[in-house]
Design a binder for this molecule. Structure first.
Ligand code: ADP
Length: 610
């Protein structure tokens, strides 16, 4: 039941639609009952020998039944006079009425379903958009490679599962009980005595059907788990097929796979047996209960306790009771299944946002310096990646970060952009800690060009003016020209309107990089971060990119991470890092004289390039 309530909370934003759905469903059930009850007058007029002058009811009813019999009797009398005693006319009227009632009944059902479709799709849309927005809001720390697959599966499989569960359950969970209730009321009205008899047997029947259903459910859940194991064994084998062959491990893997497969097959046989059993069982039970009803009701008819037409109508309504019971129990099951998915979605939606904006943010102004004061940082898994890091950067300076891979260079720039918060110490712009600014305001100051330029499935123009489609094309073109990108863009079929999605694959690394540089130029940031921006390029494109980069860095404060040390020679300050610590710093010449780590790195690179 908890699952059901959670579902309802999502749908709860659409109260008006739910109300309309309820009203039309109610009308539908009422009209369905009316259709079934129309058997009564039909039978009466067919079987009464003097046609439309139908006789009075032959038997006595008690309680509510008496009230209903009286109403029914006056209806028959009125209807008889309407048909002027003509049995053919009476029958014709009844047939026309039956068609009209049926049209209305189905019309109401269609309207109800129509509102349900809206509720379902809008609720799912809200969940999906909520998840997407949350992903945009979550700090970078949340997204590591492992998580990406998991996040994708939540967005696709889990949401699909919830949609399916919502589709089956939402309506059925309230509509079927309503259906059952109204039908039961009709049964009581037709014959309270017979209903009491039947109710005595109902729990037994429900118990038997319930037991079969439960065991089926348990095994189907297990089936999913076992199938998952079979699939992952298969996947693992495909991934490692080279190694499996090279090490002659085929028979070992075949044995392992076959064991998983056997467990799944056995369970599946059990599921299918029970499934096959459930249909004959429920038919047998259904017919047995009907036979019992026939005997009990028939006896009452013989004893003149119940009119035959009442009994036949009773029988017809009773036979329509089983499907709503089934639909209700299916809906409960679906809701339970959807619950696991819903929990996974909620876990994501309620994940804490660890990098927060302050209550009263300050406006960042960068006029003099960017400083890192005794900065320490470690990722979630613990060991420190940056330690006691002090660096003072004056506005307009170019700073190069060098050092072995894994030294913490990228992490340091991520801290400046506040993708993560420092664990200790602080980073200040003009003496104000960057945690006192809104993230958006801070990042407006910063431009980043990475080793792998990230392009989106958009036009060239929108890729350069990322997130700001309102910028005039002229500005975009100027930026592209400055980034040495204009020429090759114009060679594309639709120039600046070319969709990168189609053409992205055909762009060379250097071209992509120049688009990324044009993007940074257009943003015109105060602080520029270049993370290995030229290292993925061949020497020909490197030249074009290098020129563009130099222009980009002019009059700006830049932090460059470069593997190739030749590119950092002209930096105002070279900072050598190792294991998260600042080892030495100075200009190229100062560091060469020191004959420290930088000197060694230079020597090593020269050795390698010779
Ligand atoms: P560099 O840029 O100097 O090569 P990085 O800043 O990329 O170094 O990495 C510094 C250290 O932090 C490395 O030991 C790396 O394994 C670790 N690291 C980088 N990113 C993460 C992350 N998202 N989660 C945990 N550890 C990370």
């Amino acid at each position: 039941m908890k699952a059901v309530l959670k579902f309802l909370r999502y749908a709860g934003n659409h109260k008006r639609l739910i109300f309309l759905n309820f009203i039309f469903n109610l009308l539908y059930v009422v009209f369905q009952l009316v259709t079934l009850m129309m058997i009564m007058p039909v039978l009466r007029f067919l079987f009464s020998k003097d046609g439309a002058n139908a006789q009075a009811l032959s038997s006595k009813n008690y309680g509510v039944g008496q009230w209903f019999s009286d109403q029914y009797q006056s209806f028959i009398t009125w209807f008889g006079s309407l048909a002027k005693g003509e049995p053919f006319t009476a029958l014709a009227y009844l047939c026309v009425a039956l068609v009209c009632v049926t049209i209305m009944k189905n019309g109401f059902r269609f309207l109800a379903m129509n509102f349900m479709v809206l509720i379902r799709n809008r609720s799912i849309q809200e969940i999906r958009q909520g998840v997407y927005q949350k992903c945009l809001d979550l700090p970078i720390a949340y997204f590591n490679n492992e998580r990406k697959g998991d996040l994708m599966s939540r967005m696709s499989n889990d949401i699909k599962e919830i949609e399916f569960a919502l589709m089956v359950s939402l309506e059925a969970l309230y509509f079927q009980p309503l259906n059952i209730l109204l039908f039961m009321v009709a049964l009581v009205v037709l014959s309270a005595k017979l209903t009491v008899y039947i109710l005595l047997f109902l729990p037994l029947t429900a118990l038997i059907i319930g037991l079969i259903g439960r065991s089926l459910r348990k095994r189907s859940v297990k089936n999913q788990v076992l199938l998952g194991k079979v699939m992952s064994a298969y996947e693992e084998t495909l991934g490692g097929i080279r190694i499996i062959k090279a090490f002659n491990a085929s028979s070992f893997f075949a044995k392992k796979y076959n064991e998983q497969d056997e467990a799944y097959t056995k369970n599946n046989i059990g599921v299918q047996r029970r499934y096959d059993l459930s249909s004959p069982m429920s038919e047998t039970i259904g017919i047995s209960v009907s036979a019992l009803l026939l005997w009990l009701g028939g006896s009452m008819v013989f004893r003149h306790e119940l009119d035959p037409e009442f009994f036949l109508t009773y029988f017809a309504i009773f036979s329509q009771l089983i499907p709503p019971f089934k639909a209700f129990s299916n809906a409960l099951y679906a809701a339970q299944k959807g619950m696991a998915s819903l929990e996974r979605i909620q876990e994501l939606v309620s994940a804490p946002i660890t990098v927060e904006d302050p209550q009263n943010p300050k406006i960042p102004v960068f006029t003099s310096s960017l400083s890192l004061n005794n900065v320490g940082f470690s990722y979630l898994d613990g060991s420190p990646v940056i330690q006691q890091f002090d660096l003072h950067i004056k506005k307009g300076q170019t700073i190069a970060l060098v050092g072995p891979s894994g030294a913490g260079k990228t992490t340091l720039t991520d801290l400046v952009a506040r993708f993560y918060d420092v664990s200790s110490g602080g980073i200040c712009i003009d003496g104000v800690d960057i945690r006192e600014f809104e993230q958006e305001a801070l990042r407006r100051l910063i431009g980043i060009v990475n080793q792998e330029s990230i392009l989106f499935n958009e036009s060239v123009r929108n890729n350069i003016a990322l997130g700001r489609p309102e910028l005039p094309l002229e500005d975009v073109i100027n930026a592209a020209k400055a980034a040495n990108a204009h020429e090759f863009i114009m060679e594309m079929e639709q120039g600046y309107d070319t969709e990168i999605g189609e053409r992205g694959g055909k762009l060379s690394g250097g071209q992509k990089q120049r688009l990324a540089i044009a993007r940074a130029l257009l943003k015109d940031p105060e602080i520029l971060i270049l993370d290995e921006a030229t290292s993925a390029l061949d020497s020909k494109s490197e030249k074009a990119v290098q020129q563009a980069l130099e222009l980009l860095m002019k009059h700006r404060t830049s932090i460059i991470i470069a593997h190739r040390l030749s590119t950092v020679v002209h930096a105002d300050l070279i900072v050598v890092m190792d294991k998260g610590k600042l080892v030495e710093s100075g200009t190229h010449n100062e560091l060469l004289e020191k004959k420290g780590m930088y000197y060694n790195l230079i020597q090593l690179q020269q050795l390698l390039s010779n």
